[in-house]
Design a protein around this ligand. Structure first.
Ligand code: NAD
Ligand code: UFG
Length: 342
């Protein structure tokens, strides 16, 4: 991959995309961002500029807009695409399945068709550990059975299937399917982080908002799971490690192939561990109450992370303490998210 050819980042103003932009910039890899801003702020671009990670161009457009994609692919000789753009709220997907399938699946297929027309056949795709459903074995290997338990998960599985069919039909494609576990943390400058709209669904942003006093207490969903302390166990990884995983995947796609890789630490952390670690590292107690299990949650979900090491030469560098410290720095410096003047 020639260094001078840019990469297209779809969803590049979002949580993971913006951190990946910083990693690409640090590696001297130019990039363009396309995002329709349905779940991110244009102010992310100011923060990227302060981190010397500006895109060559920011295009406010939708991945379902073929004309916009064709025009963009005509302007740049892209080396490949890192495709983050998508809707990601599980509960919302249950209420609005068609919106999720249309945005995530039709959007991805539209993007792949535009790439094919432009002869850009290298893509890194954001999949999720959600494709493993309620896993029979943990840590979960990439060969585990795949299933969908909600329309969001279905959309990821359908995109994965489309990529597998595409590669089978046309082996010129370079495809990395990255199955993320639970990304948390923030850039250590405090300039970039996760800024969910409304009440956070995910554990870490909820904890940071309790720490800030924006929410009264954390509800811990279930303390009767078959786990060491009864609370749910997940594989949390620092978003900067996850971002590095995308650079590693691009590099691994030097020849046509289809790679399917878990990105996680392989270490299980319970909700209680997370609350205790956050409080200890940051010196901020997290008020919490145990409540009923959240429907659809699994007891444990953690990665078998060996393939990522073998195929991408990638492994995580940041520990749980660092994830908690960076998440808190971001939240405390930006109580209003990207609307906070800095
Ligand atoms: P995010 O919502 O912060 O970023 C996604 C970005 O995509 C947003 O900026 C949004 O505006 C944009 N977008 C959505 N639909 C679009 C469309 N049709 N056209 C153009 N832009 C569009 O989410 P994130 O946490 O950065 O996640 C990035 C990707 O990783 C998503 O595909 C998500 O499903 C996947 N993923 C996330 C997690 C997680 O826990 N954050 C876990 C597994 C997988
Ligand atoms: N939890 C709480 N209280 C909260 C929020 C979460 O106790 O307010 C618990 C959950 O029950 C779970 C753990 O914290 O045990 C992690 O929950 P998250 O919502 O942060 O993450 P999930 O593992 O449930 O879901 C994430 C992504 C999904 C993705 C899934 C699998 O949000 O999009 O990982 O990859 F599908």
């Amino acid at each position: 991959m020639a260094q001078t050819q840019p990469i297209l980042i779809t969803g590049g103003t979002g949580f993971i995309g913006s951190h990946t932009a910083v990693v690409l910039a640090e590696a001297g890899q130019p990039f363009v961002i396309l995002d329709n801003l349905c779940n991110s702020s244009p102010k992310v671009l100011d923060r990227l500029a302060r981190l010397n990670a500006s895109p060559l161009e920011f295009v406010q457009a939708d991945i379902r807009d073929s004309a916009a994609l064709d025009a963009l692919f005509a302007r740049y000789n892209f080396a490949g695409v890192i495709h983050f753009a998508g809707l990601k709220a599980v509960g919302e997907s249950v209420a609005q399945p068609l919106r999720y399938l249309e945005n995530n699946v039709s959007g991805t297929i539209n993007l792949l068709q535009a790439m094919d027309r432009a002869h850009v056949r290298r893509i890194v795709f954001s999949s999720s550990a959600t494709v493993y459903g309620d896993p029979a074995v943990v840590p979960i290997p990439e060969t585990a059975p795949l299933t969908a338990t909600n329309p969001y998960g279905r959309s990821k599985l359908m995109c994965e299937d489309a990529l597998r069919e595409l590669h089978a039909a046309d082996p010129r494609w370079h495809i990395a399917v990255l199955r993320y576990f639970n990304p948390v943390g923030a850039h250590d400058s405090g300039l970039l982080g996760e800024a969910p709209n409304g009440i956070p669904n995910n554990l870490m942003p909820y904890i940071t908002q309790v720490a800030l006093g924006q929410r009264e207490y954390l509800q811990i969903f279930g303390n009767d799971y078959d786990t060491p302390d009864g609370t749910g166990v997940r594989d949390y990884l620092h978003v900067m490690d996850l971002a590095q995983g995308h650079l590693a995947a691009l590099r691994a796609l030097d020849t046509p192939k289809l790679l399917t890789v878990n990105l996680g630490t392989g270490q299980g952390v319970s909700v209680k561990d997370m609350v205790d670690t956050f409080a200890r590292v940051n010196g901020v107690p997290i008020a919490h109450r145990f409540v009923a299990r959240r429907p659809g949650d699994v007891a444990q979900c953690l990665a078998d992370a060996r393939q990522a090491k073998a195929l991408l030469h990638w492994q995580t560098q940041h520990n749980l303490e660092r994830m908690c410290a960076d998440a808190w720095r971001w939240q405390s410096m930006n109580p209003q998210g990207f609307d906070t003047p800095l």
